[in-house]
Ligand binder design. Structure first.
Ligand SMILES: Cc1cc2nc3c(=O)[nH]c(=O)nc-3n(C[C@H](O)[C@H](O)[C@H](O)COP(=O)(O)O)c2cc1C
Length: 331
């Protein structure tokens, strides 16, 4: 399936968000086994004057098993380096080049990259102009609403609209907000009404009903889902069921347990000490754990051995009860 088919198809686009140290090739394959997304974003390539593209991200692109388009994301502010990297990447099997204008990590935004660039709209204008000219394939942007205030979006949108983007993903928070609520979905509607290209809505989507409501409320062409997909790789198919008007199938405790085992196997870390393996799994279960009733996450957080980790999973998940896996604010 091509990106054009996805963008022009009748169904809303469902995309897996880029997530550093999570959405590698193994995770794409795993998510795709549960029905998966229509589009996959790479983790960002860090771009600066002496950068070379990260090998593990290139491997994920070259070994993509999903059969779905992959979009390569860049983060940086050095125009020459961004153009050089985009020109290199577009020779690989990527469907689009994407620019990150949202990363809220201080180490990134203090260097005026990612979300930090939102403080300098003129610089964004210059970067988008150069990249649009250099990128022969599709070119997309993933942005937050502004750095400190959602009102900055009023000034940013005309710049995005000017550069013939092929899609704009809007994570409807400011950089200063980090991951705190609320998500300003009304600003996504504003983008839909202003932009000549498809707009993809992003931020805090955890259930099929909520996804349908968000699509209706914003008029967005699609949804990008991050933490909700780590928590529940079933979410993409659940949204498809909801949009077809079918009953939504919830995973059982044993389904969730199997997913955690598949995540464990996907890490390819059998040569690593048990403690390191447990720490890596806690990164994933930090998103999932809260959706499991009882002291599951509390106990998992303390584990240091594989035996303990799997024992706790068995204790809480060896059952056939359906699990909604919702965060506290939506439960
Ligand atoms: C662990 C983690 C890593 C992330 N890494 C990236 C990244 O590399 N590029 C990017 O554009 N956004 C990144 N994000 C932001 C997500 O793509 C997404 O915009 C954000 O999580 C909001 O969506 P959600 O509420 O569905 O998770 C990351 C988020 C998380 C939680």
């Amino acid at each position: 399936m091509t990106l054009d088919e996805v963008l022009q198809g009748p169904a809303p686009i469902l995309a897996l968000a880029p997530m550093q140290e999570v959405t590698d090739g193994a995770f794409w394959t795993l998510v795709h086994g549960y029905g998966g997304a229509d589009l996959y974003w790479t983790e960002y390539f860090r771009v600066h004057d002496t950068s070379t593209p990260e090998k593990w991200i290139l491997d994920a692109i070259r070994q993509n098993t999903t059969g779905r388009p992959v979009i390569a994301q860049l983060i940086g502010n050095d125009i020459q380096a961004l153009v050089r990297t985009a020109k290199f990447l577009q020779q690989l099997p990527v469907a689009a080049i994407d620019l990150n204008l949202g990363c809220p990590a201080p180490i990134v935004y203090r260097k005026c990259a990612g979300g930090g660039l939102l403080r300098e709209p003129q610089r964004i204008d210059a970067i988008l102009g150069a990249l649009r000219e250099a990128v022969q394939i599709k070119f997309t942007v993933k942005t937050r609403l502004g750095f400190a205030s959602v009102d900055e979006f009023d000034r940013l949108l005309p710049i995005f609209a000017k550069h013939s983007l092929d899609a704009l993903t809007v994570h409807a928070r400011t950089v200063a907000q980090q991951y705190r609520l609320p998500v300003h979905y009304d600003r996504i509607r504003q983008a839909v009404e202003t932009m000549p290209c498809p707009v993809i809505a992003n931020g805090h989507v955890y259930s099929a009903a909520q996804a349908e409501e968000l699509l209706t409320r914003t008029g967005a062409r699609g949804l990008m889902i991050g933490r909700g997909a780590i928590r529940s790789p079933w979410l993409f198919n659940q949204i498809r069921q909801q949009l077809r008007g079918e009953a939504v199938t919830l995973p059982t405790g044993r389904d969730v347990w199997n997913y955690i085992r598949a995540l464990w196997d996907a890490q390819g870390f059998s040569d690593k000490p048990e403690k390191v393996r447990c720490e890596r799994m806690k990164k994933f279960l930090g998103y999932l754990g809260e959706g499991v009733p009882g002291a599951f996450w509390h106990q998992i957080r303390c584990t240091q051995t594989a035996a303990d980790f799997h024992r706790i999973c068995r204790e809480f998940l060896d059952h056939n009860q359906p699990m909604a896996l919702l965060p506290v604010d939506l439960a």
